[in-house]
Design a protein around this ligand. Structure first.
Ligand SMILES: Cc1cc2nc3c(=O)[nH]c(=O)nc-3n(C[C@H](O)[C@H](O)[C@H](O)COP(=O)(O)O)c2cc1C
Length: 161
């Protein structure tokens, strides 16, 4: 099974989880590059504002071709209750090249329902597995178990894993 983890991370949490998933599944991995400095208060405000408006932004062309993978695992932080704009832009631009996909997010405490509903308008495929890791889960180390369950549900859905 050829799989690719595609993620965006502003402060490292989503990146950590993306790395663990890629290692456990033997996936390749690619970070979305939007050439934006999102550090500091200004970066926080502009990121929140973009996400609130669900505005697609320019992103660097991926080095890997998603169409060459049977499964794409997409990871994003939650911003203003929505997926981050680099990942929104990735899904919009690459939806035709995505076969199956699984989706995960990291956040402080938001839930995924609104994001999953909005996702239906962006990409016709439904994610085969979803996971949302919040601050409490990180603090209590529940994320380890959550990642295991996420991976198990991916493996159940994909024959030959
Ligand atoms: C601009 C911005 C907006 C955010 N909005 C939310 C939010 O609406 N709900 C939430 O639970 N967390 C929110 N967060 C917190 C992040 O989702 C959380 O810290 C996430 O784990 C960060 O992932 P990263 O380290 O990969 O960037 C926000 C963070 C930023 C920077």
């Amino acid at each position: 099974m050829k799989s690719l983890v595609v993620y965006y991370s502003r402060s490292g949490k989503t990146e950590d989880i993306a790395g663990i998933i890629a290692k456990k599944l033997g996936s390749e991995i690619e970070e979305i590059d939007d050439h934006k400095n999102r550090k500091g208060l200004l970066g926080f405000i502009s990121s929140g504002n973009e996400a609130y408006l669900q505005r697609a932004i320019p992103i660097e062309k991926l080095k890997k071709d998603p169409a060459q993978y049977e499964l794409i695992i997409v990871g994003t932080p939650i911003w203003a209750g929505n997926m981050s704009t680099p990942i929104l832009s990735f899904l919009k631009e690459y939806k035709e090249k995505i076969n199956k996909f699984a989706f995960f997010s990291t956040c402080l405490g938001s839930d995924l329902n609104k994001i999953l509903l909005y996702m239906e308008h962006i990409i016709p495929q439904k994610p085969i597995a979803v996971m949302n890791i919040n601050y409490q889960a990180f603090k209590k180390q529940y994320h380890v178990k959550m990642v295991e369950e996420f991976i198990n549900s991916i493996k159940k859905d994909v024959k030959g894993w």
